[in-house]
Structure formats: C-alpha cells, structure tokens
Design a protein around this ligand. Structure first.
Ligand SMILES: *Cc1c(COP(=O)(O)O)cnc(C)c1O
Length: 404
C-alpha cells in the first residue's frame, strides 16, 4: 500500500516496515535520516563545485539530535537570535555560527558575542550601535540589505521586499545613514539579503542584477555576500546549473565569499507526521474525519502560510472515490488540514501519514487547547526507528506557570 505512492515526500518510506510503522505512537513526527543525508549530499555538491559555503537556517529545522547527520555537509549554522545561535554553538561547536536578527537587545549582546562569529544587522542604526563592539570582539560584521525586488506574488507574509517592509536596509536608508555616520561603511565585512521563499534559481538570477543596481558599488569592498535562504535546492526539478552560475559569477566579479543559508532545503521531504483517525462523521454532503493531530497545534503553517500538506496514498478532492475533510480535535472551527480523497472510506483507527513534515513543524508547534506535543522519532538509514523526544502533560503545564 505504501509503495503505491511514489511522490518525493514519501520516497523515504520505502525504508520503513509495516511493523515499525504500526509500533509508532501517534501523533508523532518521524524524521528521515536517509533523506536528510541525501539533501546534505546535494548541498555539499554545490559547495564543492562553486566554493560557496552553505549554512543551516535553524529556524526551519533545529532537531539537534540529527545535526551529526548534516554536519559533514554544512559549513555552519544560521540563527535568528540568541537562542538559536547558542544552540548552534552547543551542538555544532566547530562550525561557523552566523546570526541575523531584526533588532538585537543591549542586555543580550555580550552573551551573543560568545556564540556567533558572523553578526548581521538589519538597520544602519543597529550597525552603528553594536557594530563597534562586534568588531572589537573579532566578529565578522554584515548588514542585511533590501534590494526592493519582489519575486513572489500572493505570499506577502513571506516577501521582505514588499513596500513598507521592516526587513533589510534600502539604498535610500543606507545613503541617509552614511551621510550621518561617515565611518559606517568601514564596519562592514559583508552584505546579506534574504528575499526568496521556496523558489527556484531563476528568482535568484533575477534578483542579483537588482541587488547590484542598488548596492553594487559596495560589493568590491566586501569579504562576503550572503544570498539568504528560500532556495529550494533539493527539490527534484530545481535548476542547479543556474544557481551555480549565480554563485561563481558573483564570486569572480566581486571577489567575495558567497554564503547561502537555506532552511527548508536541508530537510525537504525528510519527515512525516503519523496520525490516527479518531472519529468519522458526515455533515450534509461533507464527510469528515477527526484526527489525533491538530493543524493549528502541530502543523501551524498549514493555516498560517497557508498550504495543503501531501498525504500518503490520498488524492485531490474528488480524484479518488471517497473525499474527506480532515481536521483536528481542538475547538477551533478552522483546525482543518484540508480535503483529500481515498480509495475507500476512512474508518476509526486508520493511520495516515503526512509528508514533508521535517521543516517548520517541530519548530513551530504549540500546546493550544492543551494538545499534547507529538513525540519526535527518527527513521534510521537501516530502517529501524528510535524515539528522540517524548512529551507529556508537564510540557503543556510548565509553559504556563511555575513547576510545582
Ligand atoms: C527564513 C530565513 C532563512 C531560511 O529560509 P528557508 O525558506 O527555510 O530556506 C534564511 N535566512 C533568513 C534571514 C531567514 O529569515
């Protein structure tokens, strides 16, 4: 039954026996070591062919038990702030440690200097405020710039180039600041931009000329240029040749070290969420199934992004004979994963497996409604499974008050 679904999110399940699947508690996230390694090999190939360095953006995937699997392939970690930077330093102490935050706090900056070696600022004011201390501590200092070139439509929450964006310094903001603080350019070792989301390399190729038009005059003085994340490099149809031309062309033209910091690409199609049908019901024409997982709690991007996650052996609504709307046990009317069709009607006790659940799921889950956090398991390359983290009542309670 499982092998009937050959879509990329499920390819790794060929490694999982029926017995090992049946032994998993539900709901549970199952992280796929073999697929992580395969993604790592693709990303290492890009680094070897171009000389670029690729970092893991931990906000997408920070299941540190599996960092040793990715370690041979990554140059370092990228953090969104103090805690992720500390996690990278603790778990991958030998690797580069980069951080970008839209605004650093004065009361945390000293501690951040213990973990990070590359510190990227969002505004000229933050650069002027913290840059000298970072330089004095021997750090490599960068500024996130906004090339004001949008390559995505519809997803405004993922577009840092949208009008009025708070992310990245525009050329006008830079010129105004450089007039006010003439020493500012001397603080900079590198520039950073992050403008893509789940995109192919054509979007990067279109962005680079826009970046050069705005900031090309600064690039010859830089040691590095960070192309940010959002590069869907490990997707099967991704255009690697165009990516590699963008990297080598930029490195040759400006003499910079290019960095990439994808999150998704490291863990794409490398995890599953296994869930059980608790009840089925019918309201008018609509067939419904209540699962033991919640979209709002366990896959919040389904609602926030929004998107419809791939489901093993299921089709689009109406594609197969029986269409069901799948939702969670919470009180939220909108706690719906989506509509899927099946060869036979769902019944209580059926197990369902959502794909591509290693990215942005374990990092973003929550215990709204007192929902338990799903346990996290690993599917090893030899087909065995093992629990990495188990959660219970106290993980719900102690986010809300003091342990007693
Ligand atoms: C989110 C983010 C990334 C990673 O993005 P992916 O879409 O997961 O590849 C990298 N850098 C920055 C600054 C980000 O905000």
């Amino acid at each position: 039954m499982r092998l009937a679904d050959t879509r990329p999110p499920f390819a790794g399940l060929a490694n999982l026996s029926e017995a090992a699947l049946a032994a998993l508690p539900t709901p549970c996230y199952l992280l796929d070591e073999a697929r992580l390694r395969r993604n790592g090999e693709i990303l290492l190939g890009v680094q070897q062919r171009t000389g670029c360095k690729i970092l893991l953006a931990q906000k997408a995937f920070s299941n540190y038990d599996l960092y040793p699997v990715l370690a041979p392939y990554l140059a370092g970690t990228e953090a969104s702030g103090l805690y992720e930077s500390r996690l990278g330093r603790e778990e991958l102490p030998e690797k580069e440690n980069h951080v970008f935050c839209a605004a650093y706090r004065a009361d945390q900056f000293e501690e951040l200097l213990q973990y990070a070696d590359h510190i990227v600022f969002n505004s000229p004011h933050q650069l002027a405020k913290f840059g000298p201390a970072a330089k004095a501590a021997g750090k490599s200092v960068g500024l996130r710039v906004n090339p004001e070139y949008s390559t995505q439509e519809g997803h405004e929450i993922y577009d840092p180039c949208a009008p009025g964006s708070r992310l990245g310094t525009t050329r006008a903001q830079w010129d105004a600041a450089a007039a006010q603080y003439p020493d500012l350019p001397d603080l900079l070792d590198g520039l950073h931009f992050h403008t893509l989301c789940e995109q192919d390399s054509d979007a990067l190729a279109a962005t680079l000329p826009a970046l050069e038009a705005k900031f090309g005059d600064l690039l010859p003085r830089m040691k590095w240029l960070n192309f940010g994340g959002g590069h869907h490099i490990t997707r099967p149809d991704y255009d690697l040749a165009t990516l590699e031309k963008c990297i080598t062309g930029t490195q040759e033209k400006y003499g910079v070290q290019v960095y990439l910091e994808p999150g998704e690409a490291w863990a794409l199609n490398a995890g599953y969420l296994v869930t059980t049908v608790l009840d089925t019901l019918q309201n008018g024409e609509t067939h419904l199934a209540i699962l033991d997982m919640s979209a709002a709690c366990h896959t919040p991007d389904v609602i926030e992004m929004p998107y419809r996650p791939p489901l093993l052996d299921a089709g689009e609504p109406g594609e197969k004979p029986c269409t069901f709307r799948l939702g969670g046990p919470t009180c939220l009317a909108g706690d719906v994963v989506g509509e899927y069709s099946f060869a036979a009607p769902l019944t209580e006790g059926d197990r369902l497996i959502f794909g591509d659940m290693a990215i942005y799921s374990t990092c973003k889950n929550n215990t709204f409604n007192g929902m338990p956090l799903p346990d996290i398991w690993v599917l090893h390359e030899n087909g065995t499974t093992q629990p990495l983290a188990r959660f219970g009542y106290h993980d719900f309670k102690y986010r809300l008050g003091s342990p007693r």
